[in-house]
Design a binder for this molecule. Structure first.
Ligand code: SF4
Ligand code: SF4
Length: 404
């Protein structure tokens, strides 16, 4: 049971946001929690063909197991005590929860910026009024599944969902509430890409670029083998995905950033990432070190423990975990593309149910990027390259000339 009550929680009870001094002292504290993601529910009013998480909106068993309002508020208090300022409400569809408004108000009163991730179908005038009165401090994140009823609803699986989505976006726009859009690229909506890009230009007048979700993930809970097979079939070709992002100006920025961070890392540590440094909580009250990594050994139950214990005691135990899978040891450890590649324990978990089996489709995407950047020639593999430093320098020089 959670009984952790502090002075900060008292301030929240009295209805005040945290003072600037409080926040400064927390944000410079080395052990503070940078961000917290709360999955309010796995349930969703869509049934997207590619979704890694969703259960039906009316799944009463799932609803009964979800965290209760007071429990979530207590987690928000604990996060505030850890100096956290950054909260994400996601799902499933977080707006399905009857207590969403109450939780949102509580989080804002507690001094958090709140990111809301939604499909926009349940955006109502009541929600818009609340967001106007208490702005979230972050753009509302909306996923796009198509640009017309036919393509959108082939993906979402729900008749009438396109109109609701467009209405939700319109309401935010008309009320000047900041939002961002991302298109999940799938075979059923690929032909919509030009219309999507035109829409983004028109909506944001150049202030925001078209954004995409490309690498489709299998079911996070390994609960639907048939759907996993379908998700694998929906994945695009690596070269096509890279060509799509390479058309945008942002790609050159990513190249520069990649070149700055690219270290040719050689290590058999599997968590070469921020695992466990920020926290996520699933709909049932388990802390995760990463939103996608639901391996049972890496879940920390918050019904019997606290966020502070998860952050300071539980997750640090895994930071030194070493790879054992032979392919990881022979390829990934020696691979010059590791900084560019999305291979990680969460990807291995979702694809193979292990923590270190290399994920083939991520490997193909990393190689396609490297070929596009001129770091690899056709047929070359990242783990066979010995002159990567020279190639990297040449890529950097090419980037500088692009800059001019
Ligand atoms: S809207 Fe999002 S959470 Fe809902 S089914 Fe689609 S992808 Fe899944
Ligand atoms: S590109 Fe392939 S070999 Fe290289 S790190 Fe990624 S998965 Fe491993």
């Amino acid at each position: 049971m959670i009984t952790h009550v502090t002075d900060n929680a008292k301030i929240l009870k009295e209805g005040y946001s945290r003072s600037v001094t409080d926040l400064r002292s927390f944000s410079t504290h080395i052990n503070h929690l940078p961000s917290l993601i709360i999955e309010l529910t796995d349930r969703c009013n869509n049934n997207c063909q590619h979704c890694y998480i969703n259960r039906p909106a009316g799944d009463l068993q799932a609803a009964a197991r979800e965290m209760k309002t007071d429990f979530i508020k207590e987690l928000i208090r604990q996060a505030a005590d850890l100096g956290c300022l950054d909260l994400r409400f996601t799902g499933g569809e977080p707006l399905l929860r009857d207590d969403f408004f109450e939780l949102y108000r509580f989080a804002r009163m507690s001094g958090f910026k709140v990111h809301i991730f939604t499909n926009a179908r349940l955006i109502s005038s009541e929600l818009v009024n609340l967001l106007k009165k208490m702005p979230p401090g972050q753009p509302v994140g909306i996923t796009v599944y198509g640009m017309n009823p036919d393509s959108y609803e082939k993906v979402s699986g729900v008749k009438g969902s396109f109109e609701e989505f467009r209405k939700g976006v319109r309401m935010l726009q008309e009320n000047r509430i900041d939002f961002g859009l991302k298109l999940v690229v799938l075979p059923d909506n690929r032909a919509d890409i030009p219309a999507y890009e035109f829409w983004i230009r028109d909506l944001f007048q150049g202030r925001k670029k078209p954004a995409y979700i490309l690498g489709l993930l299998q079911r996070a809970r390994h609960d639907d083998a048939q759907k996993d097979r379908r998700i694998r079939r929906l994945r695009g070709k690596a070269e096509e995905m890279v060509d799509l992002v390479a058309r945008s100006d942002a790609y050159q920025d990513e190249l520069r950033d990649f070149c700055r961070r690219y270290t040719g890392l050689k290590s058999d540590k599997i968590f070469e990432c921020g695992f466990g440094q920020s926290l996520c909580v699933d709909a049932y009250g388990f802390a995760q070190g990463c939103l996608l990594l639901r391996h049972p050994d890496l879940l920390y139950g918050l019904h019997t423990g606290t966020l502070a214990e998860a952050l300071h005691e539980f997750f640090p135990k895994f930071s030194d975990r070493r790879a054992e899978h032979p392919l990881f040891l022979s390829r990934c450890v020696n691979c010059c593309l590791r900084g560019l590649c999305e291979q990680c324990p969460a990807q291995s978990w979702m694809e193979h149910g292990t923590l270190d089996t290399p994920v083939e489709f991520q490997c193909r995407i990393a190689h396609a990027h490297a070929r596009k950047l001129g770091l690899l020639k056709a047929g070359e593999n990242g783990w066979e390259i010995n002159d990567w430093q020279l190639r990297l320098k040449q890529a950097k020089n090419n980037t500088s000339s692009v800059d001019k």
